[in-house]
Write a protein that binds this ligand. Sequence first.
Ligand code: AMP
Length: 278
Amino acid sequence: MIKTPGTMNSVSRMRHKENKSIGFVPTMGCLHEGHLSLVRKAKVECDVVVLSIFVNPIQFGPREDFKRYPRYPSKDKMLARREGVDYIFMPAPPVMYPENFQTCVLPGKLSSGLSGAARPGHFKGVCTVVAKLFNIVEPDTAYFGQKDFQQAQVVKQMIKDLNMNVGVKILPIVREPDGLAMSSRNRYLNDSERKEVPVLYESLREAKRLIRDGCRNTGKIKKTIKKTINTAKYVNIEYIKLLNPDTLEPVDKNDKKFLVVIAARVGKVRLIDNVIVS
Ligand code: AMP
């Protein structure tokens, strides 16, 4: 396990000198099959795999769950090793943000709606830490999940805008057998809440069916999603949106692909999910 940016960067440079490609999977830990699917892809595509585990304080709002975010470093290390991760980079917050830290990456339009609207400053924190991690790890390819669709789009835009030399791969959402998208935050749900939350994916599957059957009436699609989710007592819709997946603007009837995204509050837990229909 590597704790300092200096050591991580020296190791990466050494591996690059040996002509090895580096695949990078940034995470906040509490690893599950979703994270591990990214590691497995990186293992297939790259010579060396670096996994970072860092609960990034600056992407959490003041009333969010930074302090109680689940942290299981020993289990994470075991899982990462088992998947053949070559290096785990696990810096402490003061190492990433020393006292006089003062420079951030400010993303634009793509970050303003959806989770960006619900969590002001969130994507500024994400872009800043991802930029730092890219500079430290110097990966050839970074692996992200479609689960955080907006995050992946914002990061891709940052790479383009700031001429970063990193390729990005976005991989499908890994789900529990009942359809719930895997997330470190699922463990916050109590038994009654956990039983209800598969309605989120169920509603997305219904939306997908409607769109595939030719429905382009976004009002009707949203209403169907709402009706399904509202059968659950503890699930409160934050937003339902039908967007163009590239621009994150509302879909146009002629769009070839629809991104259907939902966010919901279940008790204190905020869950997100999405599907792309082409
Ligand atoms: P996190 O630790 O939640 O910051 O997530 C780290 C990376 O894993 C991000 O790129 C996420 O999009 C991805 N990820 C999280 N959950 C899933 C999932 N269920 N399926 C696929 N990727 C995921």
